[in-house]
Structure formats: structure tokens, C-alpha cells
Design a protein around this ligand. Structure first.
Ligand code: MN3
Length: 199
């Protein structure tokens, strides 16, 4: 039961100029595809092959002898989640129950934005910033390399890739500008709200 590389949920030019066609071609067709191919190769003919990738991620987390499986499984999953976390004409503000929960747990939407920006900007080296539901409370977290919140029991609602390959062709070293565009032009709040409603 191989994990399939999902097609991008929008056209390669749809996020331009914030994320270019060139970035999406490399990021989805090369980087994401490589994680998926590596993962499928590593679990082929093992008991993991028949398990959902989320279960494999949780099962091998922290096991140094299975770091290759973990890194490729988590990166395959993280990228699928990332593609769905953004959309053309995204950004703006959430509405309804999610908006109310953000205000309740962060104090205001602006306070959430500040915290999310800070998480992305201060993740040293490669990694991810997340909005998660953890024990009934919304929290902003950051993880290094392939790590993700599934391994700590939190429910991911939104993610932002801050590996350089996510933004370097379009922003070079200006990670804060990528983060700002991510939040103001790209976030798919409908996806976040659906994850929140299902949590
Ligand atoms: Mn990436």
C-alpha cells in the first residue's frame, strides 16, 4: 500500500508571485516526490507497508534505528499537509468557531499572528511552524527537520514549511517576508477550520 504523492491542489502558477511556479515544481515534483519515493522504498516488504502513514510516523518516532523511515514518512505527510494549508487568494482572517477559539486562546488574532511569525522566524535551520490543538488548547509550535506534532499527541491544524527550499528561489534569505506573505496571502483558513471542526 504505497503512499501516493498527491497532486498539488492548485495550478503551479496559482500562488504566483508569492510562491512561484519554479518553487512549486522543485518543491512538489522533486523534494516531496523524493520523500514519498524514499518512504515507499524503505517500507516495501515490511509490516509498515500495510499501515497508514500517520501510524508509521507515531510507531517509529524516537527509534534511532528507524530514523530513515521516520524522516521520509514525516516529510511526505508534512508536505501534503502544507499544500493544503495554502491556496490561491488565501490569507485574511478565520471566521466562526475557529476565530472565537483563536481569540480565546491567544488573546487576539494579531497575537496569534505574532506568535506564528516568531515561531517561523526563530526555527533555526530547517523545520516547520504549526498551529495545533493540544489538550483542548490552541498552541503555536515549531519543529526541526521532519519532526511533527503527531508524535506528541497534538492535532495539527496548520503548517508552514520554513526549510530554505520552500522559499529560497522567491525570497532568498528573506524568510520573514515569506512568512508574512504566507499569513496574509496564502493561508487556507477553510482547511484550518475543517481540521479544527474534526479534532
Ligand atoms: Mn519542504
Amino acid at each position: 500500500m504505497a503512499y501516493e504523492l498527491p497532486a498539488l491542489p492548485y495550478d503551479y502558477t496559482a500562488l504566483d508571485p508569492y510562491i512561484s511556479k519554479s518553487t512549486l515544481e522543485f518543491h512538489h515534483d522533486k523534494h516531496h516526490a523524493a520523500y514519498v519515493n524514499n518512504y515507499n522504498g524503505l517500507v516495501k516488504d515490511t509490516p509498515f507497508d500495510s499501515q497508514a502513514i500517520e501510524d508509521v510516523i507515531k510507531a517509529v518516532a524516537g527509534d534511532a534505528s528507524k530514523a530513515g523511515i521516520f524522516n521520509n514518512a514525516a516529510q511526505a505527510w508534512n508536505h501534503t499537509f502544507y499544500w493544503n494549508s495554502i491556496k490561491p487568494n488565501g490569507g485574511g482572517t478565520p471566521t466562526g468557531a475557529l476565530a472565537d477559539k483563536i481569540t480565546a486562546d491567544f488573546g487576539s488574532f494579531e497575537a496569534f499572528v505574532d506568535e506564528f511569525k516568531k515561531a517561523g522566524a526563530t526555527q533555526f535551520g530547517s523545520g516547520w511552524a504549526w498551529l495545533v490543538l493540544d489538550g483542548g488548547t490552541l498552541k503555536v509550535t515549531k519543529t526541526g527537520n521532519a519532526e511533527n506534532p503527531l508524535t506528541t499527541g497534538a492535532t495539527p491544524l496548520l503548517t508552514m514549511d520554513v526549510w530554505e527550499h520552500a522559499y529560497y528561489l522567491d525570497y532568498q534569505n528573506r524568510r520573514p517576508d515569506y512568512i508574512n506573505d504566507f499569513l496574509t496571502k496564502l493561508v487556507n483558513w477553510d482547511f484550518v477550520a475543517a481540521n479544527f471542526a474534526a479534532a
